[in-house]
Ligand binder design. Structure first.
Ligand code: HEM
Length: 137
C-alpha cells in the first residue's frame, strides 16, 4: 500500500479522455486508478469488463462483483489521483484507499439494517431463555 507517488486532482473531463485500453483510467470510490496493461492482462475477470468502464466511474460495477480484499489492495497500487470534489472530499481523497469489502458493504450498499437487527434478536432470545429457566426452578 506504500503509495508514495503524489496524487493528482483529476476532473471528470480529464478522466473521460482516458478511455481506451492503452490509456485507461477508472474512478473508484473518488479515487482514480490507472488500468495499466499488466493489470488488464492479469485481471481475473478479463480486460473487457474493465476497459468498458475506462474514462468513467466504475465504483458500482466494482462493488457489484464483491471484489475481495486482495483485489482492493491491488486496486490501491493503481491509484494515481483523486476526483475533483468539495474541499472536504478532496482532502480525504488525498490519503484515502479503496475501502475493504466489509466497509464498502456497510457504508455503500445501504444494507446496514441487518447489523443493527442482530443484537435486538439476541436480546429477545436471552430474555426468553432467562424467563424459561427462572420459571422452571
Ligand atoms: C480496477 C480495479 C480492479 C481490480 C484491482 C480487480 C481485481 C480483481 C480480482 C483480484 C479478481 C479475482 C477475485 C477477487 O479477488 O475478488 C477479480 C475478479 C473479477 N472482476 Fe475485477 N478488478 C477490478 C475492477 C473490476 C471492474 C471495474 C469490473 C467490472 C465489472 C470487474 C469485474 C470482475 C469480474 C467479473 C470478476 C470475476 C472473474 C471470475 O471469477 O470469473 N473488476 N477482479
Amino acid at each position: 500500500m506504500a503509495d508514495t507517488k503524489p496524487r493528482k486532482k483529476i476532473t471528470a473531463a480529464e478522466l473521460a479522455q482516458h478511455s481506451t485500453d492503452s490509456n485507461a483510467w477508472m474512478a473508484c470510490h473518488g479515487l482514480v486508478l490507472n488500468l495499466s496493461k499488466e493489470f488488464l492482462e492479469e485481471h481475473p475477470g478479463g480486460p473487457d469488463v474493465v476497459v468498458a468502464l475506462a474514462g468513467k466511474d466504475g465504483t458500482q460495477d466494482f462493488e457489484d462483483i464483491s471484489h475481495s480484499d486482495s483485489a482492493r489492495e491491488w486496486a490501491n497500487k493503481l491509484i494515481i489521483g483523486y476526483m475533483k470534489g468539495t474541499e472536504e472530499e478532496e482532502s480525504e481523497r488525498k490519503v484515502k484507499i479503496v475501502p475493504k469489502h466489509a466497509e464498502a458493504a456497510r457504508g455503500g450498499g445501504g444494507g446496514g439494517g441487518l447489523g443493527a437487527f442482530i443484537p435486538a434478536v439476541l436480546v429477545v432470545i436471552l430474555a426468553g431463555a432467562a424467563y424459561f429457566f427462572l420459571n422452571k426452578s
